[in-house]
Design a protein around this ligand. Structure first.
Ligand code: PLP
Length: 379
């Protein structure tokens, strides 16, 4: 038996991380002013192909600022994926707006675009008020289906927000070429929490091609303070700016990101190969036009009993794994919220799904061990 445990996902602080952090200490720039913040914004914008990027303290803050910049407030609805982490929807409630959840599709496990488009069309036909925004999550590193949705949102004047917190580095083939997740809607949001594909310790980023929105978000993230000598403010803002130390880590991690994406692909390929052609095991989506990052490599088993048995066996072997996201429309904070679709797909994914160790530093021998335990539990 192995004595050490295998974690679900841990950071890999390679490359220039220590050097850049030391630089912050040496120059005394450790807080919200310093050269790494601007550099991190510029380099992340260039990496994903967005015109503007604004760094903020968390991914949740990034989503909150996106909603604030779009002036979403009480009485407004926001359509949000149901099968996701709760931070996708909480900021809607911070703003006093009403989330309407969207069931998933089988092809990508993400929000079903047809459910959204049908509802927008229905409302247009009936002369009903449209949602102020549609927030689509690229869950577990899988790009969502956006082509038709981008067009429908444009047609009905609804802002599209992408929660790309779990999918930095993932791309989709589109009519305008290969595009990074987060760059197709009006605003895209990323997270650099400790468990994401790259980390700042904690952090987030908003990307957009709209200069006015970027400026507004930057302003709101720094307490809406008017530049100048006096402490004068023209709005109620937030202390949501990223620190220079966190950004220093971000710059180093971004340099390593292409290697991390490759490592995630290698891990996914090895799992796929080991689990292929097992009739009662479903592999994560592989969609021809999308290049996922497999942030957390996840599979579906036959039923909830089998899934829980596999989770128990992994836990006994000191391997960290976890069930997939509980659909938000079933959770206490959102009880009574409206839902597009019947929620059957999101609930099925949550009941039968689990995520396996996916750290970029996972060794082949560790992965082999994980695979053995899973296959053994299915015998
Ligand atoms: C991690 C995550 C967030 C929030 O990011 P934080 O940096 O932890 O605030 C938002 N949405 C999704 C889908 C996430 O996985």
């Amino acid at each position: 038996m192995r004595s050490s445990s295998i974690p679900l996902v841990v950071p890999c602080l390679s490359g220039n991380a220590a050097r850049y952090l030391e630089d912050c200490v040496r120059t005394n720039f450790v807080s919200s002013v310093g050269p790494f913040v601007e550099r991190f914004e510029r380099e992340l914008a260039a990496y994903v192909g967005a015109s503007h990027a604004v760094a903020c303290s968390t991914g949740t803050a990034a989503i909150h600022l996106a909603l604030r910049a779009l002036e979403i407030g009480p009485g407004d609805e926001v359509f949000v994926s149901s099968f996701t982490f709760i931070a996708s929807a909480n900021p809607v409630v911070y703003q006093g707006a009403t989330p309407v959840f969207i069931d998933s599709e089988r092809r990508t496990w993400n929000a079903h675009p047809e459910l959204v488009i049908e509802e927008l069309e229905r409302r247009a036909r009936m002369g009903l008020r449209q949602p102020k925004a549609v927030e689509i999550v690229h869950v577990l590193g899988q790009p969502a289906e956006l082509d038709a949705l981008v067009a429908a949102c444009e047609r009905y004047g609804v802002a599209l927000i992408e929660d790309a917190a779990e999918a930095l580095g993932a791309t989709s083939r589109t009519e305008s070429g290969e595009r990074h997740v987060g760059t197709r809607g009006r605003i895209g949001c990323f997270s650099f929490n400790g468990n994401k594909i790259m980390t700042c310790g904690g952090g987030g980023m908003v990307v957009t091609d709209d200069a006015a929105i970027a400026g507004r978000i930057r302003h709101l993230s720094t307490q809406a303070r008017i530049p100048g000598r006096a402490y004068d403010h023209d709005d109620v803002g937030y202390n949501y700016r990223l620190t220079n130390t966190a950004a220093a880590l971000g710059v180093a991690q971004l340099e390593a990101l292409p290697g991390f994406v490759d490592a995630k692909h290698a891990i996914a390929e090895r799992y796929d190969e080991a689990f292929a052609e097992r009739p009662r095991l479903t592999l994560p989506p592989r969609v021809e036009e999308h290049r996922a990052t497999y942030w957390l490599y996840s599979i579906l088993l036959e039923d909830v009993v089998t899934r829980d048995r596999v989770l128990d066996r992994l836990a006994a072997a000191k391997i960290e794994a976890r069930p997939l996201w509980t659909p938000l429309h079933t959770m206490a904070p959102f009880r009574g919220a409206r839902l597009l679709g019947d929620g059957a797909v999101a609930c099925d994914l949550a009941a039968r799904g689990l995520s396996l160790p996916s750290s970029v530093s996972l060794t082949e021998s560790e992965q082999h061990h994980v695979i053995e335990v899973v296959l053994d539990a299915l015998k």
